[in-house]
Write a protein that binds this ligand. Structure first.
Ligand code: B4P
Length: 192
């Protein structure tokens, strides 16, 4: 079983590259952002709570996210691999994911750390905001999301460096070019 964590600041291209990984490898896709947006659209209890955090550029609580992922993992029997997109976003989430996977006799195979500078992130997210209709793709919330990334999410890189699964990926350039580096990293770790 191959478990890929696709990691990076908001707008680094996690969702975009996940689609490419699915096409090539056929892995199952877990995007915590997408799951939360579906819950918001369906106006569930979880969705109502999540919206208050997302609209302020903050992270949804670890407890809610870990519970959500734990339930999703129950539906993975027989899959050849999983892409964790936007999860883990805190050190506690990284520890929880390790425990959940270890219980299933598996672990993270590779963590792809997509690196993009802040100016480019802001440019992309403002551009996406014109068509996405996402309540968090506006300058004020984007700025907060980037601050939240440095404060709460960036420490996750150290977790995977210690695990020796982190690979840095230059996230600026063509989508196909970036995907080439990603596929190389996945193939190398799959055969280690
Ligand atoms: P997410 O849905 O995960 O979204 P994201 O980080 O904003 O975007 P992503 O990196 O996927 O960018 P994309 O490919 O779309 O999170 C939303 C919110 O949900 C969070 O802020 C948080 O509140 C909450 N949340 C989610 N997971 C959580 C967790 N685990 N714990 C707590 N809270 C959680 O790319 C962006 C744009 O750039 C696109 O328009 C794309 O077309 C463009 N682009 C991509 N690659 C490009 C390239 N190479 N060149 C130029 N443009 C490119």
């Amino acid at each position: 079983m191959t478990n890929v964590v696709i990691f990076g600041a908001p707008g680094s291209g996690k969702g975009t590259q996940s689609e490419m990984i699915i096409k090539k490898y056929g892995f199952k896709h877990f995007s915590t952002g997408d799951i939360l947006r579906k819950q918001i659209a369906a106006e569930t209890e979880l969705g109502k709570i999540a919206k208050t955090f997302i609209d302020r550029g903050q992270l949804v609580t670890d407890e809610l996210i870990i519970n959500m992922i734990s339930k999703e993992l129950d539906s993975t029997k027989g899959v050849s691999g999983i892409i964790f997109d936007g999860f883990p976003r805190t050190y506690a989430q990284a520890e929880a994911l390790k425990k959940l996977l270890n219980k299933k006799g598996t672990d993270v195979t590779v963590m792809l750390n997509i690196q993009v500078d802040d100016d480019e992130l802001i440019k992309r997210l403002l551009e996406r905001g014109k068509v996405s209709g996402r309540s968090d793709d506006n300058l004020e919330t984007i700025t907060k999301r980037i601050q939240t990334y440095y404060k709460q999410t960036a420490p996750v890189i150290d977790f995977y460096k210690k695990e020796k699964t982190a690979v840095d990926i230059k996230g600026v350039g063509t989508i196909d070019g970036i995907f080439c580096s990603i596929a190389e990293a996945i193939d190398a770790k799959m055969t280690e």
